[in-house]
Design a binder for this molecule. Structure first.
Ligand code: DAH
Length: 339
């Protein structure tokens, strides 16, 4: 038995010595030390050893076992170290290499201008309201005093769903709804999507507007002009000049159009403003008494003013963007430059 043990030890140590990978080392471990292993078999045979030889043989079994174990462990540690060294060498990180550019994204022009407008108007005491984008002919046109033969009713301009239902062509539709449900005095704005059958460098079939409406006693054109001037200065920056021109809208009387001094050339005249120094920016006016009457508001007691502006148009003017469509391409490099 002693001979056998010595033989096992010699054989095991040579095998361990020659092993070159972790998997084979594991196999050796099982072969000698496992449940079915050669050393375990010897231990089982101890019962056949004479009692006086047992301590000697027992001690030798233990010695051989721990020798094999410690050699295996040594080899295991060596393999682990080699593995670590290899992975450190192959996965080397060069901390001096320039980092990859990670794009942070940018706020889109539409929510950016909308948020600015909301901030300005809420500061002035306006309440923000919402209205449906799929609207009835009544609220979009009829209640806004737009008669049946008005050009904006033409099927080519509007997306009709049925004879009486269409995608709203203007946020002014919210005016009709609010006039019908609210009791004056009130001040509301309503930003949102609008739709027209129009598509070129300055028109998109889907675009955004913001409507504003104030109804109270003794509200006048003077109030409208003061409020819009302040609003434009806050939106376009201190020093912005504001110009009012007479215009026509069926729902306001009198009606005006508002220009601001070109932010690109500060009113000097450039390509963006076609040399005029000014850019048209919104429509507004004193609410036509007919619109108040249709909604059931006493037009002898109450007056109002209203305005409507394009959100994309505002951003185009503010940033001198020549083509509206670049706004919808969602190129972060472009969007992150906008103010
Ligand atoms: N709804 C008009 C448009 O889409 C803009 C407008 C003009 C709105 C005058 C108004 C207003 O509230 O008073 O062109």
């Amino acid at each position: 038995m002693i001979e056998k043990l010595k033989e096992i030890k010699e054989k095991a140590l040579v095998e361990i010595q020659n092993i070159s990978d972790k998997k084979s080392l594991n196999e050796i471990k099982v072969k000698y030390l496992g449940k079915q292993g050669e050393l375990t078999a010897i231990l089982r045979g101890m019962r056949d050893v004479s009692p006086e030889d047992r301590p000697k043989v027992g001690a030798l079994v233990n010695e051989v076992r721990s020798e094999i174990e410690s050699r295996i462990e040594e080899k295991e540690n060596r393999f682990d170290e080699e593995e670590l060294a290899n992975s450190l060498a192959s996965e080397k990180i060069d901390i001096t290499e320039p980092s990859k550019f990670i794009s942070k994204g940018a706020v889109h022009a539409v929510p950016m201008i909308t948020d600015k407008l909301i901030d300005i108007c809420v500061d002035m005491g306006f309440t923000v309201v919402d209205g449906p984008e799929v609207e009835t002919d009544y609220y979009n046109f009829e209640a806004m005093n737009i008669p049946k033969n008005h050009p904006s009713r033409d099927m080519q301009d509007s997306f009709y769903i049925t004879d009486n239902i269409l995608l709203r062509t203007q946020t002014s539709a919210v005016q009709s709804r609010e006039l019908e449900t609210r009791k004056p005095p009130f001040k509301i704005i309503s930003p949102g999507k609008t739709y027209r059958n129009d598509s070129d460098s300055t028109h998109s079939p889907v675009f955004h507007q913001c409507e504003g409406l104030v109804v109270d006693e003794n509200v006048s054109m003077a109030d409208l002009k003061i409020m819009l001037s302040e609003m434009m200065r806050r939106l376009y920056g201190e020093g912005t000049k504001v110009r009012f021109r007479p215009s026509f809208f069926p729902f306001t009387e009198p009606s005006i159009e508002v220009d601001v001094s070109c932010p690109n050339c500060k009113g000097e005249g450039c390509k963006t403003c076609k040399g005029t120094g000014f850019l048209e920016i919104l429509g507004a006016g004193v609410v036509n008494p007919k619109v108040l009457d249709i909604a059931g508001i006493d037009s002898k007691k109450f007056t109002g003013f209203a305005f409507g502006m394009g959100i994309e148009r505002t951003s185009m003017v503010l940033n001198a963007i020549p083509d509206l469509r670049t706004m919808y391409k969602n190129d972060v490099r472009f969007l992150s430059q906008l103010k």
